[in-house]
Design a protein around this ligand. Structure first.
Ligand SMILES: [Zn+2]
Length: 300
């Protein structure tokens, strides 16, 4: 049984036509999975919004209240990347909660997948790059409060460096951060993760997969995590407009296979989020994100 976490609000945000974010991709992904995977093998879970108290486990009360109450200034909103709306608040609280639920389900069942998440640019007291609150760190924090969970690895393969995650976890030794990313890409300032694997522009399948293998092997061997939270951003794909890497469809498939099989073979609970992906063609983008679920289905 594949445990999938989804809420319709993920794609219900209304954005200006000029806005570059592919907000419909969550709904398209859900529709695609319903059409291509046998329904009796999928179990759907719907998150409820996270409480402001939970948010403040990782974010400053001033910042979280300013966001929730629409008191952020224009500069902070520009940096965050989304115009403020009540729907954005609901969507944000629901989506970060979805990653927490996914981690919870992974600890219970071994594997769970979120059709959203990966807000790794969200810092303690500001949002950035389409990220408001850091779901990865919030989910890791929640997981650490469960018995038997002493170390969580955030394994971030989104093409962009997980700067918010790295900064938030600098003082959290029980959360290990590992980022494989394109060095000449957003964000310009990259606070160090526990393990960073910067790649040059134009890297293709072979060296990309070698680096991912090396990163995961090292992270698992050094830290023996009780849970892995995998940010499976597909903006590493050669067709992505924000990526600058040259990873193919087959390269992505092999990447998902590598991460999932390594964790499953090692009996390490694995919570997956879909992360970034910005192709303007909705079908290509949906197929790229869907590979994660198809791989999980095949291995499960
Ligand atoms: Zn990204």
């Amino acid at each position: 049984m594949l445990h999938c976490v989804y809420h319709p609000i993920y794609s219900q945000l209304v954005l200006p036509p000029s806005h570059g974010f592919p907000i419909t991709k969550y709904r398209h992904l859900r529709d695609h999975l319903l059409a291509t995977l046998p329904g009796q093998h999928l179990q759907w879970h719907q998150p409820t919004p996270l409480s402001p108290t939970e948010i403040q486990r990782c974010h400053s009360p001033e910042y979280s209240r300013a966001f929730l109450e629409n008191r952020l200034d224009a500069k902070a909103i520009r940096r965050m990347g989304f115009p403020w709306s009540q729907t954005l608040v609901e969507r944000t609280l629901t989506s970060v909660s979805g990653t927490c639920l996914t981690a919870h389900l992974a600890l219970e069942h071994g594997l769970a997948l979120h059709l959203s998440g990966g807000y790794h640019h969200a810092h303690f007291d500001f949002g950035s790059g389409y990220c408001v609150f850091n779901d990865l760190v919030l989910a890791a924090e929640q997981a650490l409060s469960q018995p038997g969970v002493e170390r969580v690895l955030i394994f971030d393969l989104d093409v962009h460096h997980g700067d918010g995650t790295a900064a938030l976890c600098a003082s959290r030794p029980e959360i290990i951060t590992c980022s494989v990313h394109c060095e000449s890409n957003f964000p310009s300032r990259k606070p160090p993760s526990d393990l960073d694997f910067p790649l040059e522009k134009g890297v293709g399948d072979q060296s990309y997969l070698q680096t991912v293998d090396q990163a995961l092997t090292l992270a698992l061997r050094l830290h023996s995590p009780d849970l892995v939270i995998f940010d499976a951003g597909v903006d590493v794909h050669k067709g992505d407009r924000l990526g600058h890497l040259e990873v193919s469809d087959e390269g992505l498939r092999q990447r998902e296979q590598l991460v999932l099989s390594r964790c499953m073979d090692g009996a390490i609970p694995l919570a997956c989020v879909i992360g970034g992906g910005y192709d303007r063609d909705p079908d290509s983008l949906t197929r790229r994100h869907a590979q994660l679920f198809q791989t999980a289905f095949t291995l499960g």
